[in-house]
Design a protein around this ligand. Structure first.
Ligand code: PMP
Length: 285
């Protein structure tokens, strides 16, 4: 991804794609002092762009990092990148991290907080298989306790086990992995939240221990507005048997039906289809 034409916003200005580099002694590279956002731009407008800018600043704060930019400045940086590259339908990646400082070590008080925004044209996360229902593997790793790591942050350190679990899933022919949390309850996928449907009602894990996705919150509101009951609660893996439908939500995943988790099977049913369609209409509205 590094050798191509285009512009990337870096520390306040647009630079050539190929020149958007950092030094090898960057604190973030050694100690995961990095937070990021994934956003989608539809027909020239980023869906909930400002919410993503605010979440980026909040993720940084949770890692003890003071954002050098306001949410409005971050919004403007994203617009500048999209315009400079001429993108209308794109994925936007903002990242904030601790750079290299006078010393190299765990403490990073004097290291500058840096930021970049890149964007690229990108289609469906799970490809054409979307409507057949994604197949998920059960991850060997567990989502950590909020006492272990700031689980509400969209921070690089939380993705180490996501990459490992996604690789393991792909090796088994699955498109993603589903995590349980440290207590054994259903949590989330490697880059998306999860929902279940039983008799027309929706159940989803309580987001007090993993990223409360912006798409998750949007979908819950849409369901409630439609008069669908939504139960945010602890879900045990044994319960998976009792659900008829399952879907994932996320900026990249949008609303993606799930056909299988391990040995449990789900139908791509009416509730999932309807919410996926409504989400499509909302983001393009
Ligand atoms: N959980 C994880 C681990 C994620 O990476 C994402 C994607 N940002 C989500 C959930 C969904 O969040 P959102 O809807 O805000 O994209």
């Amino acid at each position: 991804y590094d050798d191509r034409d285009g512009k990337i916003w870096m520390d306040g200005k647009l630079v050539e794609w190929r020149e958007a580099n950092v030094h090898i002694l960057t604190h973030a590279l050694h100690y995961a002092s990095s937070v990021f956002e994934g956003e989608r731009c539809y027909s020239g407008k980023i869906f909930k762009g400002h919410e993503h800018s605010l979440r980026l600043i909040e993720s940084a704060r949770l890692l003890d990092m003071q954002s050098p930019y306001s949410a409005e400045e971050i919004d403007a940086a994203k617009t500048a990148v999209l315009e400079a590259n001429g993108f209308k339908d794109a994925y936007v990646r903002a990242v904030m991290w601790r750079g290299s400082g006078e010393d190299m070590g765990v403490s990073a008080r004097r290291n500058p907080v840096r930021m970049a925004v890149a964007a690229w044209e990108w289609g469906s996360y799970y490809g054409d298989a979307k409507w057949q229902g994604a197949k998920l593997d059960i991850a060997k790793w567990k989502r950590p306790s909020p006492e272990t790591i700031p689980t509400a942050a969209k921070a690089a350190g939380l993705y180490m086990i996501c990459t490992m679990s996604k690789h393991a899933a792909e090796e088994k022919g699955c498109s993603d992995a589903l995590f349980m949390d440290w207590e054994g309850y259903v949590a989330e996928a490697t880059g998306a939240n999860i929902f279940f449907v039983k008799d027309g009602e929706v159940h989803t894990p309580l987001a007090d221990r993993f990223l409360n996705g912006i798409t998750r919150q949007t979908v819950i509101q849409m369901l409630k507005d439609n008069g669908t009951a939504v139960h945010e609660r602890r879900i045990k893996p044994e319960e998976l048997d009792s659900f008829q439908e399952c879907f994932l939500t996320g900026t990249a995943a949008e609303v993606t039906p799930v056909g299988q988790i391990g040995d449990w099977h789900f139908q791509v049913g009416d509730t999932t289809r309807k919410i996926a369609e409504e989400y499509e209409n909302l983001v393009r509205a």
